[in-house]
Design a protein around this ligand. Sequence first.
Ligand code: FES
Length: 88
Amino acid sequence: MLDAVRENGVEGDVIFACGPTPMLRAIKAYAAEKNLECYISLEERMACGIGACLACVCQSKEVDHHSHVHNKRICKDGPVFAAEEVEI
Ligand code: FES
């Protein structure tokens, strides 16, 4: 997908993406390279879906007010995050 974007000179101001983690990782890197605003959906990792089990956490830059560590609960805090806000 990114090859097609590059080959066709597609331009934009913001990226919204969902899909497999390797693709989101590549899109996040592309957005950083192009200095584009980027939002990604991490909805693939869910268990309880109500913020109780912590099975869906991902690493984040900010400290989560619930767990007091650098985590975000995807089900409660997302599932859409600014790409630079989370580690994938
Ligand atoms: S799925 Fe249980 S806390 Fe998110």
